[in-house]
Ligand binder design. Structure first.
Ligand code: GAF
Length: 385
């Protein structure tokens, strides 16, 4: 397939009969560790992928926005009235309108624009295709309008687009990752303060590879289950009298669990509190250059998501088990759950063997064949030359 930037440019020319004024790219992301901790004010450690969404764009007069996407080939058009009322634009166009809405709500004079979107980030695979779209559109509108919006303030704005306009109650991780990540690094983000540290994550130097297995499991009730996990975490924090579960120290976990009313809530809390600690432990190992030793933390994170947070599905668990049995140093689901992708940390020389083992395990269980790719930490959103 042609390069994604070339496809966005070609799409722009055929949709609007002119050259775009510029092109902006934002990547998908994988989360190394720290799942469902972001909306609990905790810690996450994502990295950006080289799979990207590219928006080719030009200004257009008035408060009109037109967006074409290679996925549907159906332009979406809206004006200020639709942008100012969350929910008026639906489908993929809601992510574009949501960004316009969030910028206008924050007081920015958003320029009218024509946009053409192409993407290599698979949709619905848990690699943040929605945050990539939001971040690329945001970068385009900020530059076209000469708006003063520094990178560190962009994730919150893109998250507002998703929460309030699209209506998905997600945390701050994905937008932060796709905007703030650096090549060769994972992004250690404190989701309460939004402070970041770029942690060197040099797989090549360690002789390692990161295999991403797309389980291709259909997302089952993902939206409702995500919202219900978030609600039970918030209810637990309020039962414990803390602002968020981030405020429960791992040393106080047993005492906290003893004050909770039911087993399900206790397991949800145990996941979040131990997961925050696993992020801190992973960061400590990476800072010390001990990349290989992070494997068991990844696997422990998976067990916690499977048994305590209950957000995995059989295809995902099968991929993790088969990868570990074939020699992966660690493996876990990445992203919100109920399908999506698995990360397997492997010796570079055994990446193919691990991928083959997962494919065989899927065939034995009659699952749709998985897809896989090895990835390296890539840069966040940027304007293309
Ligand atoms: C999804 C959400 F968008 C993130 O905010 C985060 O909660 C993640 O699921 C789970 O860690 O990607």
């Amino acid at each position: 397939m042609t390069d994604v930037a070339a496809r966005a440019t070609a799409g722009f020319r055929s949709a609007y009969g002119q050259q775009p004024a510029g092109r902006w790219a934002a990547p998908g992301r994988a989360n190394l560790i720290g799942e469902h901790t972001d909306y609990n004010d905790g810690f996450v450690l994502p990295f950006a992928l080289s799979l990207r969404t590219v928006v080719a764009a030009s200004p257009q007069p008035g408060e009109r926005w037109t967006a074409w996407s290679e996925t549907t080939d159906q332009p979406v058009e809206f004006g200020a009235a639709e942008a100012d009322e969350p929910g008026r634009v639906t489908g993929w166009g809601a992510y574009v309108a949501g960004v316009v809405w969030a910028l206008r709500e924050a007081g920015y004079a958003v320029p009218g624009a024509r946009l053409a979107i192409a993407s290599d980030v698979p949709l619905g695979s848990g690699l943040s295709s929605s945050a990539a779209l939001e971040a690329a559109v945001l970068a385009a509108l900020v530059d076209l309008g000469g708006l003063d919006l520094p990178a560190e303030r962009r994730p919150r704005l893109a998250q507002r687009a998703e929460n309030a306009y699209v209506g998905a109650p997600t945390g701050i991780m994905d937008q932060s990752a796709v905007i703030r990540c650096r090549e060769g690094h994972a992004l250690f983000l404190d989701c309460r303060t939004e402070t970041v540290e770029h942690i060197p994550f040099d797989l090549d130097a360690a002789g390692l590879a990161m295999l991403v297995v797309d389980s291709r499991a259909p997302h089952r009730h993902a939206d409702g289950e995500y919202a219900s996990r978030r609600k039970s975490c918030e209810a637990a924090a309020s039962a414990l009298g803390v602002p968020a579960l981030r405020d429960v120290a791992v040393a106080d976990l047993d005492a906290a669990l003893g004050r909770l009313p039911d087993d399900e809530t206790r397991r949800r809390v145990r996941h979040v509190v131990t997961e925050d600690q696993r992020v801190l432990d992973t960061v400590a190992l990476l800072r010390a250059g001990r990349v290989r030793e992070t494997g068991p933390l990844l696997t422990a994170s998976h067990a916690s998501m499977r048994d305590d947070f209950e957000i995995t599905v059989p295809e995902i668990d099968t991929a993790v088990e088969a990868a570990l049995a074939a020699g992966a140093l660690g493996a876990r689901m990445t992203g919100g759950g109920f399908g999506g992708c698995v990360l397997a940390l492997v010796e570079a020389a055994s990446a193919d063997a691990v991928a083959d083992a997962v494919t065989r395990a899927y065939a034995e269980r009659g699952f749709t064949a998985p897809r896989h790719v090895t990835v390296l930490p890539a840069p966040g959103a940027t304007r293309l030359p």
